[in-house]
Design a protein around this ligand. Structure first.
Ligand code: ADP
Length: 348
């Protein structure tokens, strides 16, 4: 992926890449009680964790689904903390050869957690190995070469696989069906983001007014990672251009400078909607064509921009492609071309 270009187009969406953000770890909650929102998920996990601990057994395999920055990695490390278990973290693209996966699986300790991010990108040969590991706690290993080659089964410790993905639809059904617990993480409500911002500001020892918290939680795209990133940028603006306190004035000024509007839309969000309207008569247009038209990587279009535009009601994914809704016309103050209605499928 062209990361330079990516940074240029969006300060915030770079979050979806697996870039190391050292500051992020400071703000990462360590216990379920510090993890804001997602109440149903927390309640259920808490029961399953307690039950597994009572049986001194590994927790069932957990599948975490949701857009980037909503807390999948955080939840995985919290589960490990709550279980009192070790955690090994990797991502599917980093596992290239069967020996990479076998190396981890044969070295993990009893009841520990193995976290695989972007699990929809597992290579098929490794996925096969994972099925047996998840189900039978064994791996198949080929020794020797040519006609002398034979497969041996190696037992591995009982473990919990936590698989995370932004694209549940791309996970094969044999893999999907081996997870006993599935958690679909939703965008956060404003009041939940407000609590996250308040907690992060306290950790960062930054003073922020209630009004500023409200404004910030409205612009954070329902996403804790973005709330935290914006908070750090606001802290910079407040200390360089203000008196160190983040207030409403600082939020308005910073958002203006960052090109982010009151509901968290960036220039590229508007560009995507405008492109669909002006080049494709409101849609439908295929994701790949759209990504090329707006100069964006397909992954960032699908994982970062689209989910929020869909959630806000500006965009629709249809079997024929992406389409804008009437709200997008209103947002961009473009008069819809009525003659296109019907045959072009613009929604009114
Ligand atoms: P993902 O793995 O889904 O991309 P992360 O778990 O890395 O997201 O979360 C990004 C950041 O957002 C974390 O550093 C953490 O500080 C914060 N965060 C995520 N979810 C929550 C939550 N529910 N409560 C508080 N902070 C959160």
């Amino acid at each position: 992926m062209d990361t330079d270009h990516f940074e240029e187009t969006s300060l915030l969406s770079s979050s979806f890449q697996q870039e190391t953000d050292l500051n992020e770890n400071i703000l990462r909650p360590k216990a379920l009680t510090d993890f804001q929102g997602q109440q149903r998920i927390k309640d259920n996990l808490s029961v399953f964790i307690t039950a597994a601990k009572e049986r001194s057994d590994a927790l069932d395999h957990v599948f975490l689904i949701g857009p980037p920055g909503l807390g999948k990695t955080t939840l995985a490390s919290i589960i490990a903390n709550e279980m009192g278990s070790e955690i090994r973290m990797t991502s599917a693209p980093a596992l290239e050869k069967p020996k990479d996966l076998a190396g981890i699986l044969t070295n993990i300790t009893e009841n520990s957690i193995f976290f695989i991010d972007e699990i929809h990108r597992m290579r098929p040969a490794l996925e096969e190995m994972l099925y047996i590991a998840m189900e039978d706690y064994e791996i198949d290993w080929i020794i020797g070469q040519g006609p002398a080659a034979r497969t041996i089964r190696i037992p591995i410790p009982r473990f919990t696989l936590i698989g995370a993905t932004t694209k549940a639809g791309q996970v094969s059904s044999p893999l999907y069906s081996r997870f006993g617990i599935t958690c679909r993480i939703e965008f956060y409500k404003e009041e939940e983001l407000a609590r996250i911002i308040r907690r992060s500001a306290a950790i960062l020892e930054t003073e922020i007014t209630d009004d500023a918290i409200t404004l910030l939680s409205q612009s954070a795209r329902g996403t804790p990672r973005i709330a935290n990133r914006l908070l750090r940028r606001l802290r910079d603006y407040a200390s360089v251009l203000g008196n160190g306190i983040i207030d409403e004035k600082i939020v308005h000024m910073s958002m203006e400078r960052l090109g982010i509007d009151a509901q968290g839309l960036e220039q590229q969000d508007r560009n995507i909607l405008r492109t669909i309207i002006e080049f494709y008569d409101g849609g439908p247009v295929g994701a790949e064509t759209l990504a090329i038209s707006v100069g964006e990587a397909i992954e960032s279009l699908e994982d970062f921009y689209e989910p929020y535009l869909i959630q806000k009601g500006y965009l629709k994914r249809t079997p024929r492609g992406r389409m804008v809704t009437s709200l997008a016309y209103q947002l961009l103050q473009i008069e819809p071309n009525r003659s296109m209605d019907g045959n072009q499928g613009i929604l009114f």
